[in-house]
Design a protein around this ligand. Structure first.
Ligand SMILES: [Mg+2]
Length: 249
């Protein structure tokens, strides 16, 4: 008789796997600025944000926690730098906007649950699977998930801020396995980032599924991820799990 693998734990990425921002970052920043009497173009804020975020992540990885920053300070600095790069050099005028943005990004109205996410989580629980979050996120994540009605599906929420290690660092995945008391061979991770989610989880011996958007896949990713592990939408997860359990990869 063929051996049947029984997956016991699913760990989940959050941003762009279960949730997405309701509006692009540039638009959120521009509308908050407008409410504070500052007119800045959304497109230039969006572009400036990507640049500021990249630079901040390189200089101060994982919210600069090991360099004495807090995640709140880290984010306020990203916003100040974003407006600076978009041509607003008055930090005093931008600080209240940054504080407001920090608060608003912890509120459910800024986020949108992706189609099929809640139904899939519910069905996974019904099957007796244990679920947990493994996310490169800060302390606001619990409140966001709570506000959107998703927190109840998860045994625990492990963020990079709480664990001290961002994905793809193997230690955050090992910490999740330790908390769940589950071996990697019977655990699978679901996420939309090839390096952080897909490769990160596989590096510790977990199974892994990559959520992909409709755009054509990068050739390098296409070649290294088997078809059964690609999820064009979350409704593909349960059939993919069935397949995995019958014929382990
Ligand atoms: Mg993601």
């Amino acid at each position: 008789m063929a051996h049947r693998l029984q997956i016991r734990l699913l760990t989940w990425d959050v941003k762009d796997t279960l949730l997405r921002l309701r509006h692009p970052v540039g638009e959120e920043y521009a509308s908050k600025a407008r409410a504070h009497g500052l007119e800045v173009e959304a497109a230039s804020l969006g572009q400036a944000f990507r640049q500021a975020y990249r630079a901040q992540s390189l200089s101060f990885p994982n919210y600069g926690l090991s360099q004495g920053l807090t995640s709140r300070r880290w984010w306020v600095d990203v916003v100040l730098q974003t407006f600076y790069l978009a041509g607003v050099r008055d930090a005093q005028a931008v600080t209240p906007i940054a504080e407001q943005l920090y608060e608003d990004f912890s509120k459910p109205f800024t986020w949108q649950v992706l189609e099929g996410a809640e139904a899939t989580l519910r069905e996974c629980r019904k099957r007796g699977l244990r679920l947990a979050v493994v996310s490169n996120f800060d302390r606001r994540l619990e409140d966001i998930l709570m506000g959107l009605g998703l927190r109840e599906y998860f045994d625990f929420v492990l963020t990079s801020e709480a664990s001290g290690w961002p994905k793809p660092d193997p230690r955050i995945f090992r910490e999740a396995l330790r908390l769940a008391q589950v071996e990697p061979a019977v655990a699978a991770h679901i996420g939309d980032s090839y390096p952080c989610d897909y490769k990160g989880a596989r590096a510790v011996g977990m199974h892994s599924f990559l959520v992909v958007n409709p755009e054509p896949l990068d050739a390098a990713i296409k070649d290294s991820v088997s078809q059964e592990c690609l999820l064009p939408s979350l409704s593909h997860l349960l059939p993919a799990l069935d397949h995995l359990e019958v014929s382990p990869l």
